[in-house]
Design a protein around this ligand. Structure first.
Ligand code: VGL
Ligand code: ZN
Length: 201
């Protein structure tokens, strides 16, 4: 059984949003087109409180995209984004959500960031996504969404670690940094995942 994970296809990650991923809007028609080919479609939603420690605005004297240490982990400081209840946190109005059976929210703890849809960055707490997928009989996890070098990457690593056959659908993904995404693809393949185009599904 195959699941498609829609990772953080939210207004703030799309051109015009506060943490826009270049060409992020270009994945949406691909994502909408492929959904019928899966047994299950699930979405993740970055969902931060206003006092979230991943926001540069919550650290006096720190700049956006600076790196700090948070709970012993390297943390990039982001522009305010995906604040709970804001328009930026909503899914893109162009994204077809009719087939999405469940939405897993993440990044709700102000003290720790959560790139993966499965666990926070410290792997302290699970979102329940892995058990949910197993409960639905899912063996294969396909990922699309934003951003390829952060939330898609961390979600794919966790999917592999949880024992799912894991696939990145490249034309359904855009990254903040293209060089970083090239490394992501290599790393995911080294860990046993595969990269494919939507036309090969
Ligand atoms: C993301 C940075 C901060 C993502 C979320 O969805 O890739 N990136 N929060
Ligand atoms: Zn975030």
């Amino acid at each position: 059984m195959k699941a498609l994970l829609l990772i953080d296809i939210q207004n703030d990650f799309i051109p015009g949003g506060s943490l826009a991923v270049p060409e992020g809007d270009q994945i949406i028609s691909v994502v909408n087109q492929i959904q019928p080919q899966f047994d299950l479609v699930v979405a993740t939603q970055d969902w931060h409180p206003a006092n979230h420690k991943s926001f540069a605005s919550n650290h006096a004297g720190k700049q956006v995209f600076e790196q700090i240490e948070l709970q012993g982990l390297a943390q990039v400081l982001w522009p305010d984004h995906c604040e709970q209840g804001s328009a930026g946190a909503e899914f893109s109005p162009d994204l077809d959500m009719t087939k999405v059976e469940a939405i897993f929210r993440k990044g709700t703890d102000p003290e720790i960031d959560s790139y993966s849809g499965f666990y926070d960055n410290g792997r302290l707490k699970s979102t329940g996504l892995a058990d949910y997928l197993r409960g639905k009989g899912i063996t294969d996890v396909y990922l699309v969404g934003l951003a390829g070098d952060y939330c898609v990457y961390y979600s794919a690593k966790d999917a592999l670690q949880e024992g799912f056959n894991t696939y990145l659908i490249e034309d359904g993904i855009r990254a903040i940094n293209a060089d970083d995404f090239a490394k992501v693809k290599e790393d995911i393949q080294q860990r046993g995942g595969q990269i494919l185009q939507s036309t090969a599904l």
